[in-house]
Design a protein around this ligand. Structure first.
Ligand code: MSP
Length: 627
């Protein structure tokens, strides 16, 4: 038994949670559950990153305070994690006083140690990433909304830790995993490391944690966010708790945030005199075709859509089984369906049905007694195989080979199917019912053990499976042969994974909506969900950093909204004021070039020229619903 502390990134509270976020959190949950089952003392942390310019802008656009805005938006993550059976032990929000105090303490500590200094700085700043980028990064095209900024700021002497960090990475091969990411970081560290700008003047960003010794500044969001990993477990407040959990066993992250975790964070910790985490594990991306799944590219399948269709556990299974940790994986609905039907409906589902229906029909719904076997070889072989799998799975978990651990459990499922083929209980029942009973008992045992090994991945359906074969009362961590008590009543058989024939999951994207208008019918209910309103444009201006976009202020009767519209090439701002147009009023708030857009104006695309759908009749009053 060991202490096991693992974390997910804390997600930007403004984002709509999507399959990518869900993946990291489910991965952490599955690991946490496996380690609990092994007997480790686990602390699993997730949370939200709530400061920064984007939150400030979105809150302003919605006419809310930043705190009101984040209090509303954090629920989307918390509700989703509840639905996905996420068993986190804590949920940290960077706006909580317990976190803010620690960030300020850490800043003061570094200041007192002489690790921080003031300098004037000029550099390229990516608003979308909320960090300064190098010239090279700016040219790469991976960063959006780049602005040149010159200002006085506070700096952390990150450069002085370059050698120590390189040495640490060399001396601790497990520190950054997988190896390809470790090499990437070492590659990055071949260039001289710069000092890190850790302040933002309040004149530019007010929504952040105030720097205690320079109150006209807030701290940089990444300095703030990374500190969550120690603030949640009581750094500088509860030494005992902190020492119990720190250093973290795993910071699980996506490869998009490797530099901040593998360079900024360890050097911050070194400067503060805090031990480094044991492992930073960067997994790959879920892709849709050639693109990373993300909100901005509009291709993020909402996990809820998929789960509404097939339930939570199959999605958890698919995500864990399919991604080899560290590599990218491609999501397609077809692939999901194939995997579901082959592994869950055919192998696991059919085996459960076979056993439970047989017991229901021939043994009155009670687990038959175990008797001396007719064919002892097959039975011994099955038991040995199961014992092997039971030994192998924890090793695969410790090696972070989750997909292999799942595959091991599935091999046991297939082995039980083979065992039934060998024993042929449907024949035995006619000739020797006692033998048939024994066969069913052994098969149920094999399946119980497989189900328990799969429980961290599918906590709900494996419970059903266990109940259908008389294994519900067995301690979930009991993996020896012989756990099920003969005579136990089984739950009525019901297919745990009905076969899927089709899966209609279309990501929402511009292309798809074109298909829809090309004749694919939509339902009235779907249409009814769209809230269309007449609005009057009361102000219009060009968006400073984009030549095709206008920032419109539209009135809906008693309230106003901001909409970013791509019509600057077709309309001058002046010509728009006073026009009445139609707004899609219940779209999620989108951030376009750093500005919040609270809806979409309807227009006709006339071969690349946009013509607004106007509502000029005086009887069409701003705010009136269209439908
Ligand atoms: N707030 C920062 C993290 C601060 S941690 C101190 C942030 N948040 S985020 O909301 O953008 O979440 C990024 C994380 O979401 C990635 O590191 C990854 O774990 C997960 N993913 C987002 N898109 C993903 C995919 N397409 N595929 C897999 N994981 C993805 O960055």
């Amino acid at each position: 038994m060991q202490n096991f502390y693992l974390t997910t990134p804390i997600y930007y509270v403004n984002d709509q949670p999507h399959l990518g976020h869900a993946y990291t959190t489910i991965l952490a949950d599955v690991l946490a559950r496996y380690h609990r089952a092994i007997g480790d003392d686990v602390f699993f942390l997730t949370g939200t990153d709530e400061h920064g310019l984007k939150v400030q802008q979105a809150a302003e656009a919605r006419g809310k305070t930043e705190q009101e805005h984040t209090d509303e938006f954090v629920k989307r993550f918390q509700d989703l994690w509840d639905r996905l059976y996420i068993s986190n032990d804590d949920f940290i929000r960077t706006t909580q006083p317990r976190h803010k105090k620690v960030v300020q303490h850490l800043l003061q500590l570094l200041h007192d140690k002489g690790e921080l200094y003031v300098d004037s700085y000029e550099g390229l700043y990516s608003v979308s990433e909320e960090r300064f980028v190098t010239e090279k990064e700016a040219e790469s095209g991976d960063f959006k909304q780049i602005e040149r900024i010159k200002e006085k700021n506070w700096f952390f002497k990150m450069s002085s830790y370059q050698e120590r960090l390189i040495d640490h990475i060399h001396a601790n091969p497990q520190f950054i995993q997988p190896e390809s990411r470790r090499n990437e970081v070492l590659g990055f560290l071949r260039q001289p490391l710069k000092d890190l700008c850790i302040s933002r003047p309040k004149s530019r960003l007010k929504w952040g944690i105030e720097i205690p010794f320079a109150t006209e500044y807030v701290t940089y969001v990444w300095f703030d966010a990374l500190t969550n990993y120690i603030s949640a477990i009581g750094f500088s407040k509860d030494e005992e708790q902190f020492n119990h959990w720190w250093p973290a066993n795993y910071h699980l992250i996506g490869k998009d945030i490797l530099t901040t975790h593998a360079v900024y964070w360890p050097t911050m910790l070194m400067a503060a005199g805090i031990e480094l985490p044991q492992t930073i594990y960067a997994h790959g991306w879920w892709m849709m075709g050639k693109n990373k799944m993300s909100k901005s590219s509009g291709n993020a399948i909402k996990p809820l859509d998929l789960m509404d269709h097939v339930g939570i556990d199959p999605v958890r299974y698919y995500l864990m089984r399919e991604m080899v940790l560290g590599s990218d994986a491609v999501f397609t609905p077809e692939h999901f369906m194939r995997r579901y039907n082959a592994d869950l409906a055919n192998d696991l589902g059919n085996l459960t049905n076979r056993i439970s229906k047989f017991i229901w029909r021939h043994f009155d719904g009670r687990v038959p007694p175990t008797n001396p076997p007719g064919d002892a070889t097959a039975q011994e072989d099955l038991k040995r195989f199961a014992a092997d799998v039971v030994k192998r799975v924890p090793q695969q978990i410790y090696a972070m080979k989750l997909h292999e651990a799942i595959e091991s459990a599935m091999q046991l499922v297939r082995k039980v199917n083979v065992y039934l083929e060998i024993c042929q209980p449907w024949k035995q029942i006619k000739e020797d019912p006692v033998q048939a009973g024994n066969t069913m008992y052994q098969a149920a045992e094999g399946l119980r053990i497989a189900a328990q090994l799969l429980a961290p991945v599918m906590p709900s359906r494996t419970d059903n499976i266990r109940a259908m074969i008389g294994g519900a009362g067995v301690d979930i961590t009991y993996l020896e042969w012989g756990g099920i008590l003969p005579g136990t009543r089984i739950l009525e058989p019901e297919s745990p994974f009905p076969r899927l024939d089709k899966l209609q999951l279309e990501p929402v994207s511009a292309e798809k909506s074109k298909t829809a208008s090309n004749g694919v019918p939509t339902t009235f209910e779907a249409f009814e969900k769209v809230d269309l309103r007449v609005v009057e444009i009361v102000a219009a201006e060009r968006l400073h950093n984009a030549d095709s976009l206008l920032r419109l202020t539209v009135a809906l009767g008693d309230s106003e909204r901001q909409v970013i519209a791509g019509i600057a090439k077709d309309y001058t701002p002046e010509s728009l004021v006073g026009k009445k147009v139609i707004l899609v009023a219940n779209l999620e708030v989108a951030t376009i070039r750093g500005a919040a857009s609270e809806g979409m104006i309807l227009a006709v695309d006339n071969d690349g020229t946009f013509v607004l759908a106007t509502a000029d009749d005086p009887r069409m009053k701003p705010g009136s619903p269209v439908g």
